[in-house]
Design a binder for this molecule. Structure first.
Ligand SMILES: [Zn+2]
Length: 113
């Protein structure tokens, strides 16, 4: 009788295995790594809890929101790249990845390879 293979825990958002992330937090059937938590925090910092639209914010508030927004974009781009790289390692085609993103196979390849 063989032992069951050890199940590797992965971040449910970026797909990175537990060994490649600093910390991995668990929820009901999901996990999130510290990098993805950072992306979430960037979104929360950029958008006030009582959001009344960009026009309701002062120039200073909007200027202060630019850096967290840019960091969020960079972080989200890194998550997307990591997801695509994981799919490619599994042998998933550019056709399937492009289709899932609503772009052509060529556009997906040019963007992520
Ligand atoms: Zn993650």
């Amino acid at each position: 009788m063989k032992a069951a293979p050890a199940r590797r825990l992965r971040c449910s958002f970026c797909g990175k295995p537990d060994k490649e992330v600093g910390r991995l937090l668990a929820g009901p059937k999901v996990f999130i790594c510290d990098a993805c938590i950072g992306v979430c925090n960037g979104i929360l910092e950029a958008v006030p809890a009582t959001f009344a639209g960009w026009d309701a914010m002062s120039d200073e508030q909007l200027l202060g929101a630019l850096k967290p927004s840019a960091a969020t974009v960079d972080g989200t781009r890194a998550v997307l790249q990591s997801q695509v790289e994981t799919l490619r390692r599994r042998g998933v085609s550019w056709e399937a990845i492009g289709s899932a993103l609503g772009v052509s196979r060529q556009a997906a390849w040019e963007r992520f390879s």
